[in-house]
Design a protein around this ligand. Structure first.
Ligand SMILES: [Zn+2]
Length: 528
């Protein structure tokens, strides 16, 4: 033993001059990157993205802007990335030098002041820009289980990050932990450490389900007939890193905390899934210093191994929301290429249309709507259909910034509530056979003459070219008839009927008029 102790001393002495490397937070700037002259008109962004990718810079959350100085991508870059953009000889305009300092200086209110919109009773405000710390999230999960043990499981670890922090999973169902063969859905947050709004969207929904279970028939029905799984923080190490560097919020660390061995830290865990991993260097970066570094191999990261093993461990998850921030988007596969659509593109589009009806988010195939991503969660959750069942998986990009004004913390979580409920519903009945409640069909004019969203009553008007039988009915998103407003002979011209929606659960519905061999469709929302 003495020799071993001596060896340890010698090793310690040898290591001493080389203090272990630590991740260092970088300043982040909001910038415009101008599309190079001569870029093809049809795909200007691709020319820019390829030029940047050649210098290891892969854009994330870029928005195209038409400026007086030409087409530009507005995005957020670390100092390392800014240097790469300049090295790529791309014209850069810095809009906000230090986004964290800007955020801290311009906040208008507190999380508590924004709770007026809340549809949950619980106070989930935290000290970090209005968001809970990681320990706060864990405590909130424990509180929820303690209050509602009949429908909320105790937290269970599905794995750990490099630093040993747990990925906590909670199930909500009528008999959590018991497999009754029910359809399953998954909700995740914080793949990216600087996106606390993704955690809040998940936690808020969990509280809503538990609080409403006894009194709300729609919620009771969902909880009784589903197994709903929640992993509010997929990347706990990165989340805690932001807490440590920026306890008041505004921390911009994105990746996990892998020591890449070259002085850089972190893998973008949402580029580490094994479906078309590393397909190209535009949708993820091979360079360890990049914010979108995909890691040394598919599933090299313990956080993503944890989710993979969870989904492959006998789960039947058929619907998944992977929450991110920001951009008001609902994205679906493929992320890795804009040149292919999934075989289920029609289903994704119908789901996207319905799921965004309340919050108005833009939906579409990720690689077309936003930018390329390979190794992302939704491509694997959908694309891998042998080791586990196919899941209709989405990326939801909540809100307007990584760290929104604290006064908006509740509102941004709340605006995703209906989509969360619908996703749970769709887990049991993907709307493959249901009529897509998408664009209005040609046919006789059909309009709402009262409020939409409807709280209690509204009016509906339709115009017939000739007298004859007309049928006007209301359907839920699964195509089930829930009300009949007119059914019989009607005169030519404008007909008006009243619609009392007070007996319907909140959600999205479809009005369908059939008359003279034609049909017309309009959507409406019932809110409380
Ligand atoms: Zn993200």
């Amino acid at each position: 033993m003495p020799s071993r102790a001596l060896l340890a001393l010698v090793l310690a002495a040898l290591a001493a001059p080389f203090a272990p490397a630590q991740p260092v937070p970088e300043r982040h700037s909001e910038v415009r990157l101008f599309v190079p002259d001569g870029a093809p008109v049809a795909r200007p962004g691709l020319a820019l993205a390829e030029r940047l990718a050649a210098h290891g810079l892969v854009l994330d959350h870029a928005r195209v802007e038409d400026t007086p100085h030409g087409l530009a991508f507005r995005t957020v870059l670390s100092e390392t990335e800014l240097a790469a953009a300049r090295a790529a000889d791309v014209e850069v305009e810095v809009l906000v030098e230090d986004v964290t300092a800007h955020y801290l200086a311009t906040r208008r209110g507190t999380c508590e002041e924004g709770m007026g919109v809340s549809r949950i009773a619980a106070d989930l405000c935290g000290p970090m820009g209005g968001y809970l710390t990681f320990d706060g999230v864990v405590a909130a999960l424990d509180t929820l289980h303690a209050r509602y043990p009949e429908v909320v499981s105790a937290r269970a670890s599905i794995g750990q990050g490099h630093e040993g922090r747990d990925l906590w999973m909670v199930e909500i169902s009528d008999h959590p932990g018991v497999d009754e063969g029910e359809p399953e859905a998954l909700y995740t947050g914080v793949h990216h450490a600087r996106e606390p709004g993704s955690m809040m969207a998940v936690l808020y929904f969990m509280y809503y389900l538990a609080e409403q279970y006894e009194t709300n028939p729609e919620v009771r029905d969902l909880v009784d007939e589903r197994r709903l799984f929640f992993v509010p923080v997929v990347n706990p190490d990165g989340y805690v890193f932001n807490e440590t560097t920026d306890p008041d919020g505004g921390g911009m660390w994105r990746k996990n905390l892998r020591d890449n061995g070259d002085g850089s830290f972190g893998v973008d865990v949402n580029r580490n899934y094994g479906y078309e991993w590393g397909y190209d260097d535009v949708g993820s970066s091979p360079l360890p210093g990049s914010e979108t570094y995909r890691g040394p191999a598919p599933f090299s990261e313990p956080e993503i191994v944890a989710l993979r093993d969870f989904l492959e461990g006998g789960r039947r998850v058929s619907m998944a929301f992977n929450y991110h921030t920001y951009s008001d988007l609902l994205l679906y596969p493929w992320g890795y290429t804009p040149d292919l659509q999934t075989p289920d593109d029609d289903v994704f589009a119908a789901l996207g249309d319905t799921l965004t009806h309340v919050n108005g988010y833009t939906y579409g195939q990720g690689s077309i709507t936003l930018y390329l991503t390979n190794g992302g969660a939704y491509d694997w959750m959908y694309g891998e259909q042998e080791t586990k069942p196919k899941a209709f998986a989405f990326t939801v990009e909540v809100g307007y910034w990584f760290w929104p004004d604290p006064i908006d913390v509740y509102a941004l979580a709340d605006e995703n509530l209906e989509a969360n409920l619908l996703l749970a519903r769709f887990a049991g009945a993907p709307p493959v056979a249901a009529e897509p409640p998408a664009s209005p069909l040609p046919g006789p004019p059909l309009e709402l003459t009262g409020p939409n969203p409807v709280r209690t009553r509204t009016g509906v008007a339709f115009t017939l070219a000739a007298p004859g039988p007309a049928r006007l009915a209301v359907y839920d998103v699964l195509g089930r008839e829930v009300a009949v407003l007119a059914d019989g002979p009607r005169s030519a011209g404008r007909n008006e009927v009243a619609f009392d929606a007070s007996g319907l659960a909140p959600g999205v519905y479809v009005l369908r008029l059939t008359a003279g061999g034609e049909a017309a469709v309009r959507r409406l929302t019932v809110a409380r």
